[in-house]
Design a protein around this ligand. Structure first.
Ligand code: G6P
Length: 372
């Protein structure tokens, strides 16, 4: 009913709007102002966490993209090698697991069969499993050694939005917590990032306030056949997520690419007026990545692409090459996906509406896939 949708036309719009709160709720009580983490609810003893030699993330769909981003944070902040694998592939390749492997199973519903089978396999091999889950008491957390709940509240729309942002937050918390428990040399950086995380809810709010031009742009592209997405570093999984949203909702051909791979194939797809969304890393921090992506934008634009550039406020270098510019607040590099994903959700939702599609219940898809 309209009341359930809180006055919005679709659950998806309501859930997109709820993201600042979902992010804040997922942080609530877990970080303190001094920059340390309290995650006692992760009932894996600190001693066991100190002995972890490898982290393996398993998930499906949008949760898998959260896992791809988690890898960057986990490896950077903890120096523990991290693999990310689609749950449906994981157990069939005889993965190497033992008591020093921490498996993180990410799932909004907690009922996805492939993810459940992957975690069962991991536990049979002696690995410890930590669930990152949005649904209290669901099967995946019940069968795991520990759980860190995301506090997104119920997500109804099939295409995941607020659950994704909170999965990212939870993964950052796990990564930072591992760093804290293990006392890595990134101690000061960890405290700084914890403080930056506390500001993210406000940054997401600011993105939401500036989405009208994105909706307009989406409507203008309703008759396109293809949209491409490019990103690098954590922007690469963001590109994959942007493409997935568009497939799910707009039923358009959409593909995400690592920007560095452009010359190894995808650039052949660039022709006159193809929309290409580019997620630009911050010019601060790893500025070499920023400069490389700016030259990618130049390359594709020279070949006729219509460039839709998502870039940090104040980044003026992209302006001459952007046919459409979408601004996001400045954040530390690793946290950028929390703000960069939001315009892509709005974009896909609006395109779906413009194409007359059912936003909350896309054809052929289910909210939770409980069969293999
Ligand atoms: C389905 C949903 C996706 C979701 C995926 C994983 O495909 O349509 O939105 O990302 O399942 O679901 P989970 O509940 O495990 O996060």
């Amino acid at each position: 009913s309209a009341a359930e949708k809180g006055g919005y036309d679709y659950f998806m719009l309501k859930e997109i709007a709820e993201q600042p709160k979902a992010v804040a709720d997922t942080l609530l009580g877990r970080i303190d102002p001094a920059g340390s983490l309290t995650l006692d609810e992760v009932r894996i003893p600190a001693g066991a966490l100190r002995e972890v030699e490898k982290v393996v993330v398993v998930a499906c769909g949008t949760a898998f993209h959260a896992g791809l981003i988690a890898k960057y944070a986990i490896e950077h902040w903890t120096r523990i090698p991290c693999e990310v694998e689609l749950a449906s592939e994981f157990r069939y390749r005889d993965p190497i697991l033992d008591a020093r492997t921490l498996v993180i199973a990410i799932s909004q519903s907690g009922e996805t069969m492939d993810t459940l089978m992957a975690l069962r396999h991991a536990r049979e091999q002696g690995a410890k499993v930590l669930a990152v889950c949005n649904t209290n008491g669901s099967t995946i957390p019940r069968e795991s050694d520990a759980v860190l709940y995301t506090h997104a509240g119920p997500e109804v729309a099939v295409a995941s939005t607020k659950a994704f942002l909170t999965q990212l937050v939870a993964c950052y918390l796990v990564a930072l917590y591992l760093g804290q428990v293990r006392g890595t040399k990134w101690g000061d950086e960890i405290r700084a990032v914890v403080r930056d995380l506390a500001d993210i809810s406000g940054a997401v709010e600011r993105v939401l306030e500036t989405m009208e031009p994105v909706r307009e742009l989406a409507r203008s592209l309703a008759d396109k056949n293809t949209v491409l997405f490019l990103g690098r570093h954590v922007g690469y999984p963001v590109a994959l997520e942007g493409a997935l949203k568009l497939k799910e909702l707009a039923y358009m051909h959409a593909e995400g690419f690592a920007a560095g791979e452009l010359k190894h194939g995808p650039i052949a797809l660039i022709e006159e007026d193809v929309p290409v969304v580019v997620v630009v890393p911050s010019p601060r921090g790893r500025s070499v990545l920023h400069d490389k992506i700016v030259s990618n934008i130049q390359e594709i634009r020279a070949r006729g692409a219509r460039t839709i550039v998502i870039a940090e406020e104040g980044d003026e270098t992209v302006v001459p090459y952007a046919d459409h510019l979408i601004r996001i607040p400045a954040t530390p590099t690793l946290l950028q996906p929390l703000v960069a994903t939001v315009p892509l959700q709005v974009f896909a939702c609006e395109l779906a509406t413009a194409r007359g599609n059912e936003v909350d219940q896309p054809r052929n898809l289910a909210k939770s896939v409980t069969v293999e």
